[in-house]
Design a protein around this ligand. Structure first.
Ligand SMILES: [Zn+2]
Ligand SMILES: [Zn+2]
Length: 358
């Protein structure tokens, strides 16, 4: 049986937490009080592991804004420690995944079935403007937490959040059978996009200029989809692509120079302040669409959790490190003081509870 929060021994009334310092754009591991239930709908989750996302990396690199003093991390799994009085879908000991994208369920956007654009998100973006999961515990409302099947590993479940992001973006472009698809960027999102498309029978070409990063993605994908995904450092010759997915986020001009007639360019990578010069006439005469999908909805997240049961997503995790080794972990993703060697990993997990993970 799990220990209730109020009964926690003195030694665990505080927890380790990876905190972002805005002025110096740096991270530090500090001790913070374990959060306590405030509302009846609150759930306290003991964090097991949290994936490092491009967003976390962007925050540390100063290309994505976050609140000073916030605990980072949103791709998280854990075990329910304590639930508020009104919580009915979860109980202590449940293995869960966190849905960090808040939806109030009551605002105009939520009521018109567009919860992705919920107007109540401010101050509730987990790991960005409210405390995230790179810590010992996280406190969230019941609606932000989903139980995972007993047979799903925690490692796999950390990939549900990025998968939700990918599913949302792919449904926004709805590629057609036979489409020639390029993905720009072989990071975790670009690679996962290519993989999901491959599982649907598409042949995908990833273009990644960083040779080492291309190798890492190739290794992960080769075991999964031997013939459906190619990875190269330059776009292949031949016919123009029908779809380009820019997972990097600043390659729109390049994509528009390459896309075929009637094609679609999906901008998926996110980077503060990036602008592009877009010649407008070709959009009309060549029928080119530029698409941004916005955030995923709660339905996308549930769909991702279901789909993850059949996809061995844990194979995208190339490295794991305990919270204390966060400098190494970010360094593997070419961020922070240990970043000199470029990318050395695909998906890296920061582990809060090693025993529960293995
Ligand atoms: Zn993420
Ligand atoms: Zn709402």
């Amino acid at each position: 049986m799990s220990v209730k929060n109020e009964d926690l021994p003195q030694s665990i009334t505080t927890m380790p937490a990876l905190i972002y310092s805005g002025p110096s754009k740096s991270l530090q591991l500090a001790r913070r009080p374990v959060p306590r239930l405030v509302r009846d709908s609150d759930v306290l989750v003991r964090v097991v592991a949290t994936g490092i996302c491009g967003t976390d990396r962007g925050i540390v690199m100063g290309t994505f804004p976050a609140v000073d003093g916030v605990i980072l991390g949103h791709e998280a799994v854990g075990i329910v420690e304590e639930v508020g009085k009104s919580v009915s879908s979860l109980q202590t000991g449940d293995r869960v995944v966190i849905n960090p994208t808040y939806a109030c369920g009551e605002c105009r956007q939520c009521r018109r079935d567009a919860a992705a654009y919920c107007s109540g998100k401010e101050g509730r973006e987990v790991g960005v403007d409210c405390d995230g999961a790179m810590a010992g515990f996280i406190l969230l409302p019941e609606t932000s937490i989903l139980r995972i099947p007993d047979e799903m590993s925690f490692r796999r479940a950390t990939q549900i959040e990025p998968l939700a992001c990918v599913l949302n973006n792919l449904s926004a472009i709805a590629p057609r059978h036979g489409d020639r698809i390029f993905v720009f960027g072989a990071g975790p999102i670009g690679t996962l996009c290519a993989y999901v498309l491959a599982t649907r029978g598409f042949h995908v070409h990833i273009v990644e200029k960083d040779e080492r990063r291309a190798d890492i993605a190739r290794d992960a994908l080769d075991a999964l989809t031997p013939s459906h995904v190619a990875v190269s450092i330059a776009p292949p010759n031949g016919e123009r692509p029908d779809v380009i997915i820019d997972s990097v986020g600043w390659l729109l001009e390049e994509a528009l120079g390459l896309i075929g007639e009637g094609g679609t360019v999906l901008i998926m990578g996110e980077r503060e302040g990036v602008e592009a010069r877009v010649p407008l006439r070709p959009l009309v005469t060549r029928g080119v669409r530029i698409v941004g999908a916005g955030p995923y909805s709660p339905q996308d997240f549930e769909l991702a959790a279901q789909l993850a049961q059949d996809l061995p997503l844990e194979r995208f995790i190339t490295d794991e490190a305990p919270l204390e080794r966060f400098v190494d972990a970010f360094g593997m993703l070419a961020a922070g003081p240990e970043s000199t060697g470029g990318y050395r990993a695909l998906k890296v997990l920061l582990v809060s509870d090693e025993r529960s993970l293995s």
